[in-house]
Design a protein around this ligand. Structure first.
Ligand SMILES: Nc1ncnc2c1ncn2[C@@H]1O[C@H](COP(=O)(O)OP(=O)(O)OP(=O)(O)O)[C@@H](O)[C@H]1O
Ligand SMILES: [Mg+2]
Length: 158
């Protein structure tokens, strides 16, 4: 699948990219985010939630100890932050796979923690810090057919 590389030059641009992505998502899509601390995963998700019809980006925060936040957009949005997961066995009680087939959209920060459990149909997003305000954001749609048009949609949105 063709990768799409976007250079974001500030948080607003990352939110805007997220909005464009969010507008294309539908249940039971899964978005898996990979990237270091401060690379902009939560920032991008703020945009995704807006693009999915969530009204207030302010309340989108890394879930922290709860591991999962749920938001209300046009569809339910499940936001996981798996930074604290050290072993796959720790996520069994989360019933993560149940969300992948639910009626909502799932977004996952620190998706590398559960790589073997990720569904085949997903959008991978890799974020790399390349400067104080610059982020290289790579979108890799894996077998999500309605996201194959991502390239044209994203260039219009950003
Ligand atoms: N182009 C950019 N895109 C996104 N964030 C940026 C950008 N430039 C600077 N920033 C800053 O980088 C930080 C990104 O924080 P954010 O919480 O989104 O990262 P994160 O990847 O979720 O981190 P964590 O792993 O700690 O959850 C914010 O302070 C934001 O203002
Ligand atoms: Mg975060």
């Amino acid at each position: 699948m063709k990768e799409i590389i976007v250079i974001s030059r500030g948080p607003e641009a990352t939110v805007s990219l997220g909005k464009g992505i969010g507008a294309l998502l539908k249940p039971p899509d899964v978005v898996s985010l990979f990237g270091d601390f401060g690379s902009g995963k939560t920032c991008l998700i703020q945009g995704i939630v807006r693009g999915l019809g969530g009204s207030d980006e302010e309340y989108v925060r890394s879930p922290g100890y709860t591991l999962m936040n749920q938001y209300v957009g046009k569809v339910p949005i499940f936001h996981f932050d798996l930074f604290r997961i050290n072993d796959l066995s720790e996520i069994e009680e989360l019933n993560l796979e149940g969300y992948f087939y639910d009626d909502g959209v799932t977004v996952i920060e620190w998706a590398e923690k559960i790589h073997p459990l990720l569904p085949i149909n997903r959008l991978d997003i890799r974020l790399v810090i390349i400067g104080e305000k610059e982020r290289e954001i790579t979108l890799i749609p894996r077998a999500i057919e309605h996201l194959f048009s991502l390239h044209s949609q994203i260039s219009m949105a950003t």
